[in-house]
Design a protein around this ligand. Sequence first.
Ligand code: C2E
Ligand code: CA
Ligand code: CA
Length: 575
Amino acid sequence: MKSEKISILYIEDNEGDIRLLKDLLHNARDGKYEITTTVTLKGGLAQLADNQFDVVLTDLKLPDSDGVNTITRIQEQEPSIPIVVISAQDCEEIALQVVQRGAQDYLVKGQGDGLLISRSIEYSIERKRNEQGLSYLANYDGLTGLANRLLFRERLDRALIRADRNKTLVALLVIDLDRFKNINDTLGHDAGDQLLIKVAGRLEQCTREGDTIARLGGDEFTIIMEDVKAFEDAVKIVDKVLNGMKNSFDLLSREIYVSPSVGISMYPLDDTDAGNLLKNADSAMYSAKESGRNCYRFYTVDMNKKLLLNLNMEAKLRRAIERQEFVLNYQPKFDIHTQELLGAEALIRWHCPDDNVISPAVFIPLAEETGLIGVITDWVIKEACRQNSEWQQQGYAPIRMAINISPRQFAQENISRRIFNQIICADLAPKYVELEITEGALMDDVEKSNQILKELKGRGIHISIDDFGTGYSSLSYLKKFHIDTLKIDQSFVRDIMEDADDAAIVSAVIAMAKSLRLNVIAEGVETPDQLNYLAAKGCNEAQGYLLGKPVTAKEFTKFFDSKVVSPTIKLAHSA
Ligand code: C2E
Ligand code: CA
Ligand code: CA
């Protein structure tokens, strides 16, 4: 407590009481108190708004206020000011109410001398200060000194009310530091803490006075921006935040760079509920992370829909597995020169009771994300092998069954033995099975991939690189990998006749595959011209709508029966 002067605001409408108190305090502690007086509550609140006081003394009964209401009004405006009530009523009941509303002490007029009043004033100031200390702990983040989650929610609620009143917007930013965990892991937790403190400082620099910055936990910060008139205002500040973080942070005499991902939701445009606003800003932040980090994203309703869709889809997928809603279609693969049926690619279809057929392009990525892909792949392998075995038993000429293996699946432990076992269980020779694997799946861990490929090939299973050309296979790896076939992606085949670049890529891939003694197949062949071009370049196999669409197992048998693919095709290199 300041040892010098204590400034008191005394709200009292009785002139006699004012004079008496001034005398008493003057006698008790000469010159210690500076007393400002006012006769109405309204006047008192105006004084509090304009001036700094150490304490308020007040009567309860004023011309414009009565009872505990007086305390409530002062508290609302100045939550941090200590209040001592000096009332004519000697009533325990009221005294208790007054203290419960936030006053520090209750004195009865005419009781006690100047010393007692003086002591009460000073204790009240001290007590309030302790209270505030506790409330500081409860409301602020101990590490950065920013508002914590509790205070953040309180401020957000208040900001929304103010925005309604002033017809303005509130922008809520959620900021997450990219790769903060790395810094923690490599430089240690103390350094991580130092960084968070520095980041808090930067955030304070690039926001306006009156904005609330809070740390919600870990490396997640949030900013409540009030008085926003338009989207552009929010964008300006977010740009400032991103710019402010561009410079390096000095940490353990190293230069550390951190980039933030920022998600923004706007009140009342996105939602009117404080909790939802935070949720929305959070999902916008994740979308910012997804789209490459160090950027910001505004929340959009679509995002929420996507989340919901994903949630529903996951539940539906689980059900689909239990209820066996999956079927396989088969698309034929032909020898481009002899037109002979060589194989089939198994393509999964999901007959969802409420959505008809859902494309694998939609649900396979989701199955990968949720880990459900394992069960699905097991089923596909089993069913495809069973079907192929059945055809052989029915006396059709043996063909090779191609199965798509998703990248996640490929990296799994003992994948090769699992696949091999299923083939054997279906009573099928491994040479009648082919696995289609994308380049990306192999490039993640080249050594490990090649080990798996080697095992699979060693067991007689064929390996094909799917969607070839879309990834980043380096030629040197191709040479090393234990593979049989390159499957040229349909995006190149599509424009072969119109796009000289695509045509050149396709010819080069075919030439390269030949020199590496690899088989090469083109997928997505839709026109006779495309087929002729591929054949002329020496491509071995073809697959596509022109030759046969994916069909059910039953329909597929028609491809066994006719060697002639279609009478309209004129092959350049007829066999
Ligand atoms: P993908 O492996 O590239 O399969 C070829 C896709 O192209 C199939 O789509 C097929 O129906 C389609 N297609 C075939 N010929 C033509 C054509 O001439 N023109 C056009 N425009 N398209 C053609 P689908 O069946 O929708 O499958 C999409 C993707 O889903 C597949 O691409 C594959 O990556 C994945 N997928 C399908 N079944 C499975 C499965 O059982 N397991 C896994 N992991 N993925 C699968
Ligand atoms: Ca494929
Ligand atoms: Ca493909």
